[in-house]
Design a binder for this molecule. Sequence first.
Ligand code: HEC
Length: 156
Amino acid sequence: MNRTTFAFAGLFLAFFAISACSEASSEEESARTESPSQPSSGGTQPVAVTALLTAPEGATDVMVQEGREIYTGVGICAACHGPDGTGAIGPDLTDAEWLIGDGEYEQLVAQILEGVSAEEATNPLGAIMPPKGGASITEAQVRSVAAYIWALSHSD
Ligand code: HEC
């Protein structure tokens, strides 16, 4: 990466962080201003995606929410698995099909911690996943991002 791309990537990340914050605060605001008795305008109300996601046993809704931010942010998972998790270099994480493990929560935590070695990988290119996807995230962050992945694959 040369200096310019590096600076650009920095800006991009900063933008991500800022938009993630402002998104959070506008959600809070609408939660305050919208009363549940308000008549609906007939159509389906837009709902934040994570509102539909259920946390696995051993994790919380807050972890799922945090996991979503880690997925596209510091966890850099989106770089290989796509911004919406439907796959790119890495496989689709939103379907109920698992290439390596059984997709249970603790297995996902372990899989993300250790990554996927060349021996384990099933893709024809032999692409691997470094431990934690190569990101500098803590085990707690891995548990949150695993909760998010679990929830993604258990929503319809
Ligand atoms: C450098 C690219 C890359 C990054 C970054 C990356 N992955 Fe992966 N991931 C892969 C590849 C490649 C595989 C293996 C697919 C195969 O079997 O061939 C994989 C597999 C997985 C699997 C197992 C999928 C299955 O079907 O069994 C999970 C879960 C997973 N990744 C989650 C994550 C999470 C969460 C992050 C972010 C912390 C992440 N990955 C970051 C490339 C990546």
